[in-house]
Design a binder for this molecule. Structure first.
Ligand code: NAP
Length: 269
């Protein structure tokens, strides 16, 4: 029986921390083939070498339109930054390439615009603030717990080079918890801050705290307070390998629907 053709993948942010991990994962996955690598520097260097594996014959390039039109990929995986991702994904969709977006910081308006553009092209797209299966379970458990213990605070901890705050995962947790509980103000009605920001950000009455320190990768803790009890749910991504099964699944599935899907919880069985 003939083997199926590998899915042709371009990685944007190829020399970044996540981009290199994705390239290593693709190099080890028989049904995926790296056909392009986009970044803004180290141009011309082999993407495999940059990622710390054997040469893959794919140079780093900085022109997405050129890469898409010459390499004819099926899927773009984007781990760049909140500004770059918009242009990369717009160009990908215009070329009929399905985006799989790991970059965090997308707004609801941007996701809706991508959804509309994907539907017009008749292709699928996907974005996810956290590709870790454990983090998806954290979201499910947190949503359940919030029905019974609706007073919630979220703490997220990341490495000190992360640009956006709060993390996309913390925001998604807050959205899912808000769906499960009655909206209400938490804490003392006359509470005040002696230092600005001491109580963190608020989302529908919930407080979200962002820690940035070298040493952390990606960590989320949800605290539920009740009378005489506190429940803590915590997930720790200890290395970027944690995200790869989710990225691989999204690449393999993204061409099976039309329009945009947001969140790994919507594609895991
Ligand atoms: P990073 O190490 O800074 O990598 C980003 C890479 O993108 C850098 O090499 C950067 O180059 C490059 N870049 C900048 N502009 C570009 C452009 N226009 N086209 C192509 N590449 C461009 O960041 P990271 O830690 O890999 O994280 C990347 C994103 O993924 C962040 O938004 C982060 O929050 C997110 N993330 C998501 C998950 C998830 O599970 N969804 C997990 C981890 C991280 P320069 O450094 O030279 O600017």
């Amino acid at each position: 029986m003939a083997e199926s053709t590998p899915i042709r993948v371009v990685v944007a942010g190829a020399k970044g921390r996540m981009g290199r991990e994705v390239i290593r994962m693709i190099a080890q996955t028989s049904d995926l083939a790296l056909v392009g690598a986009i970044d803004v520097s180290r141009l011309g260097e082999d993407a495999g070498v940059v990622a710390g594996v054997a040469p893959l014959g794919v140079p780093l390039e900085d022109d997405p339109q050129y890469v898409f039109s010459t390499r004819k990929p099926d899927v773009l995986v984007d781990f760049t930054n909140p500004q770059a991702v918009i242009r990369n994904v717009d160009i990908a969709i215009a070329n009929g390439v399905s985006p799989v977006i790991g970059t965090t910081g997308l707004t609801n308006d941007e996701i809706q615009r991508f959804d509309h553009a994907c539907r017009q092209q008749g292709i699928g797209g996907f974005a996810c603030p956290n590709f870790s299966l454990g983090a998806v379970l954290l979201m499910r458990f947190a949503q359940q717990a919030a029905r019974y213990l609706p007073d919630v605070e979220i703490i997220e901890m990341h490495h000190d080079q992360k640009r956006d705050a709060p993390s996309g995962t913390a925001l998604r947790l807050a959205e899912l918890i808000a769906e499960a509980r009655q909206p209400h103000l938490q804490g003392h009605p006359d509470a005040f801050e002696k230092l600005d920001g001491a109580r963190g950000a608020t989302y529908e009455g919930m407080h979200i705290h962002s820690v940035r320190l070298p040493g952390y990768v990606a960590h989320h803790e949800v605290l539920f307070g009740g009378h005489g009890q506190v429940l803590s749910l915590r997930h720790d991504s200890l290395s970027r390998e944690d995200f790869m099964p989710g990225v691989r699944l999204a690449i393999q599935k993204v061409r099976s629907w039309i329009g945009f899907v947001y969140g790994l919880e919507n594609i895991v069985d």
